[in-house]
Design a protein around this ligand. Structure first.
Ligand SMILES: *Cc1c(COP(=O)(O)O)cnc(C)c1O
Length: 368
């Protein structure tokens, strides 16, 4: 920890954001999406903080089984179902829910001898054209699965929204109509909404909502949106200043010399870089906090270091002072926009070199 590069995960923020999701969900049940290592925040840590969710969703058995083994009794949905036929036995043994998006998965269920029937969510392609059964295959799939002894009678139906983060797009209403028409009259619960659906399109709430990014405190609508829910950042990425120099007008900073000092000025070097998951494409001008005040990144991001323009700080900075890359006081969405990406990717790509620690609520409100 000598570099002091840390990702501080706030249990209180995770819990707060779940409460925001639940409030927005109305009566719908909340499936917390914690795939990809809890969007980079730590799978078990996040599951524990969000244990009052009604269910969890993950991508693979590698994510689902540790949750079961840690004692979580919630429904756990494999969002893409099994990836290989032989995984079906583990799906059953660990009492996992699985999405069914393809014919081959139906065949696997037809051929499998399962001691315990599995909960199936039919994944319908209502217009995103990524993963899901084509609309004209859904009713037949529903019928084939309904009769199987290895499939629980509570068949559910889900679809995923491609453009819910765009409040002006016509795609969401089109997808909702296509989904509703296709599953009309079929018995079973329905789920459509990701975070953007939940916050921006109340009609998509149905029986289950599936928020991901909002639970981690980032808006699915990006930095500039007026659609703001009262979310709190769950991850604050910080480091320290490990050098400060007084450079001269004309000095070029870092690899490639892409930024030149316009005047004599103080420049700090902070201990974080793309080796820690800070995006290499973050350009000069990307906001960074020094002791809570905004400064700008200058020059290229290196593997282990970044340089900061210290002009304009109200108090001179010193070696050892705290640098915040995103989180408390600086939304990850804003940094992401500068770097040409989304907060989702920033969170997922923080590397193992960064020291993760949990910030417990000082008032003990973390516990029930
Ligand atoms: C990842 C995912 C979600 C969560 O999406 P967010 O935009 O993070 O809220 C919901 N449903 C499915 C099928 C997903 O893959």
């Amino acid at each position: 920890m000598s570099r002091n590069t840390r990702a501080v995960i706030s249990v209180a923020a995770l819990r707060h954001n779940l409460a925001v999701a639940r409030e927005a969900a109305g009566g719908a049940r909340v499936m917390a999406v914690i795939k990809a290592n809890g969007y980079g925040h730590g799978l078990l840590r996040v599951a524990h903080a969000l244990r009052h969710a009604d269910a969890f969703a993950v991508t693979s058995l590698e994510e689902a089984i540790p949750l079961r083994e840690a004692g979580f009794a919630h429904p756990i949905l494999l969002l893409e179902g099994p990836f290989e036929p032989n995984e079906i036995q583990l799906v059953s043994r660990y009492r996992l829910d699985m999405a069914v998006h393809s014919d081959w998965q139906i065949s696997v269920l037809q051929g499998a001898r399962l001691t315990r029937p599995v909960n199936v969510w039919l994944k319908v392609d209502s217009g995103m054209h990524r993963l899901g059964l084509p609309l004209d295959a859904v009713r037949d799939a529903h019928e084939r699965l309904s009769g199987l002894s290895g499939v629980s009678p509570h068949l559910r139906m889900m679809t995923h929204l491609a453009e819910a983060d765009d409040p002006h797009s016509g795609a969401t209403p089109r997808q909702c109509r296509a989904f509703a028409d296709t599953v009309a009259g079929l018995r079973g619960e329905r789920s459509l909404a990701n975070s953007a659906g939940l916050l921006g399109w109340p009609d998509t709430r149905a029986d289950w909502v599936r928020p991901g990014i909002m639970l981690y405190g980032a808006s699915p609508f990006g930095a500039g949106s007026s659609l703001h829910a009262p979310l709190r950042p769950a991850m604050t990425l910080t480091t320290r200043i490990n050098a400060i120099y007084q450079h001269r007008a004309g000095d070029a900073i870092g690899y490639g010399g892409t930024w030149t000092c316009p005047e004599d000025m103080p420049v700090a070097v902070a201990a974080i870089g793309y080796g820690d998951g800070y995006p290499r494409h973050a350009p000069s001008g990307t906001p960074v906090l020094v002791n809570g005040e905004r400064v700008q990144l200058i020059g290229r991001v290196s593997m282990d270091m970044i340089c900061l323009d210290l002009r304009g700080l109200s108090e001179p900075a010193e070696v050892g002072d705290t640098v915040t890359l995103w989180g408390d006081g600086l939304p990850a969405e804003e940094v992401a926009e500068h770097a040409g990406t989304i907060a989702y990717e920033l969170f997922c790509t923080v590397t193992q070199r960064v020291h993760f620690q949990e910030e417990r609520d000082p008032h003990g409100a973390d516990e029930d």
